[in-house]
Design a protein around this ligand. Structure first.
Ligand code: ADP
Length: 496
């Protein structure tokens, strides 16, 4: 039986491909990097054609590595770096400009202009987001306004836009399908997450022609078929979601209050809140996915500096040789001796939104050593996570039930225990920490009918270790109060 799933996981620095079986087990994985293009400070691009080529190559290699042939694969799932923007000619498939990457800040001025003109609330009430250059909208506008002839060609109907999922889908289907899913659409800042449609007023505001936009389909279901040319066999594409939402699905977060946090260079907590949108003043609302003809929602955002602070202990301060060593060093003392480290290297994002904050270590007395600093660094990831989760709970009225974890720093047992203590909920680490790929396999497998419904997935998902809270209420709140005071001191440091 052809019951294997191919997952294309198209990330910021590499494309990965993985093969899953019908028990949700990963059999093979291949990965390959591509050029990171920095035309000037703050600008960040990718070659979309290179992304397609690399993704196709790793996919073929993964099938081979799993000792399979294309006819064994019954479904393709796509997950992608979100917000990254491509516009291409729908007849030739040639991009009109490099893909503008999510982290590119060239839309800052346009965003400031929208805010100055008083559009913050309008955008927030339609898209769930706060105006920011991360999202696709200002990147699309930049290409239309700055690349020769592009606006005219777009208006004539020759060009189309897509985030990377759409770009891969269009190439796989040889231009037959121009579509995306709700999780990706909701990161463009052009999609109305309440009415579930592209928003005419926002399109007009940014002067973006509607005809370049993809159709938005459920994340689960048949999007189209990968042409026979690519793998020697036609394969349906049956699941698509942006990377963070795919990870939420891969952590089997299907009950309101279920949440995941990814501990990487940055942290990305996301909580599933069900099928009702909840207004988020801080811009945390995002569509989780579309399933069974219904949209479902999540809340969350990125913590800019998380594991990066541990890297700084290693590369900047040189008090550890490897990042896992932070655990041994932290455990060599019984507390931080009152030290707090606010690692606001690039300012503070949600819920603080202070781009003028900078990193700060406070509370130092003569007895403080590198071990206290290491411990305070790990603690800062847990505190920042609580800041965001508290805000998410407050805005949605949904109580956090548990936190499922993934990412490199989730292997740090000291940190996971402290996280459970400071949140007062169980922290659960899964057996398969490649949750983005796993979630995409789940979506595509549901779309292909390998699994009937989400209940079946619950049985496939396996925990490796659970960390139960083990701290008394008074200590928890006293520690957290200290953190909140420290954060206030770090704010507004850079003078405007
Ligand atoms: P990304 O995908 O964001 O590059 P990863 O998920 O690979 O990140 O995780 C790497 C990050 O996690 C690094 O910033 C590193 O400092 C941190 N990290 C990795 N292992 C540990 C550990 N055992 N303890 C603390 N931090 C760690």
């Amino acid at each position: 039986m052809a019951n294997y799933i191919l997952v294309m996981d198209q990330g910021t620095t590499s494309s990965r491909a993985a093969i899953f079986n019908e028990r949700g087990e990963r059999l093979a994985m291949e990965s390959m990097g591509f050029d990171q293009i920095y035309p000037k400070p703050g600008w960040f691009e990718h070659d979309a054609t290179a992304i397609w080529n690399v993704t196709l190559e790793v996919s073929r290699k993964a099938i081979k590595k799993a000792n399979l042939v294309a006819s064994d694969i019954c479904a393709i799932g796509i997950t992608n770096q979100r917000e990254t923007t491509t516009i291409w000619d729908k007849n030739t498939g040639r991009p009109v400009y490099n893909a503008i990457v999510w982290a590119c800040r060239r839309g800052d001025a346009t965003c400031s202009d929208l805010i100055d003109r008083g559009y913050e609330e309008t955008v927030n009430k339609k898209t769930g987001l706060v105006i920011d250059a991360t999202y696709s909208a200002t990147k699309i506008k930049w290409i239309l306004d700055n690349v020769d002839g592009v606006r005219e060609r777009a208006e004539k109907g020759e060009l189309i836009f897509g985030t990377i999922d759409t770009w891969l889908l269009w190439n796989l289907t040889k231009g037959r399908v121009h579509a995306t899913d709700p999780s990706n659409a909701s990161r463009t800042m052009l999609y109305n997450v309440y009415d579930l449609e592209w928003d005419d007023e926002l399109l007009e505001l940014l002067d973006i022609p509607k005809n370049i936009l993809p159709e938005v389909k459920d994340s689960v279901g048949v999007f189209g078929y990968a042409d026979k040319e690519w793998f020697g066999h036609e394969i349906p594409i049956t699941g698509i979601a942006g990377d963070q939402q795919a990870a939420l699905f891969g952590q089997a977060c299907n009950e309101p209050g279920d949440a995941k946090n990814t501990y990487g260079t940055s942290c990305v907590p996301l909580m599933f809140i069900g099928d009702k949108p909840v207004y988020s003043e801080k811009g945390l609302l995002t569509l989780a996915w579309g399933i069974d003809g219904k949209a479902e929602y999540s809340t969350g955002a990125s913590i800019l500096t998380a594991g990066a602070a541990v890297q700084w202990l290693r590369d900047g301060l040189k008090i550890i040789k490897s990042t896992p060593e932070s655990e041994t060093l932290a455990r060599s003392v019984s507390d931080t001796a009152g030290v707090y480290f606010v690692p606001a290297f690039q300012g503070l994002a949600a819920p603080h939104w202070d781009m003028y904050a900078r990193g700060m270590i406070i509370g130092i007395t003569a007895g403080v050593t590198d071990a206290h600093i290491a411990r305070a660094t790990l603690d800062s990831m847990a505190y920042q996570t609580r800041d965001l989760l508290d805000q998410m709970e407050k805005e949605t009225g949904t109580k956090l039930r548990s936190l499922k974890v993934d990412g490199g720093a989730a292997n740090n047992d000291y940190l996971m225990q402290f996280q459970a203590d400071i949140l007062n909920v169980p922290v659960i680490r899964p057996a398969d920490v490649e949750t983005t790929s796993l979630g995409t396999a789940y979506l595509a497998g549901l779309g292909a009918g390998i699994w009937k419904d989400r209940n079946e997935l619950k049985d496939l998902w396996k925990a490796e270790k659970t960390f139960y809270p083990n701290m008394d209420e008074a200590t928890r709140e006293e520690l957290y109060e200290g953190w909140k005071r420290a954060v206030e001191f770090s704010k507004g440091w850079i003078q405007r």
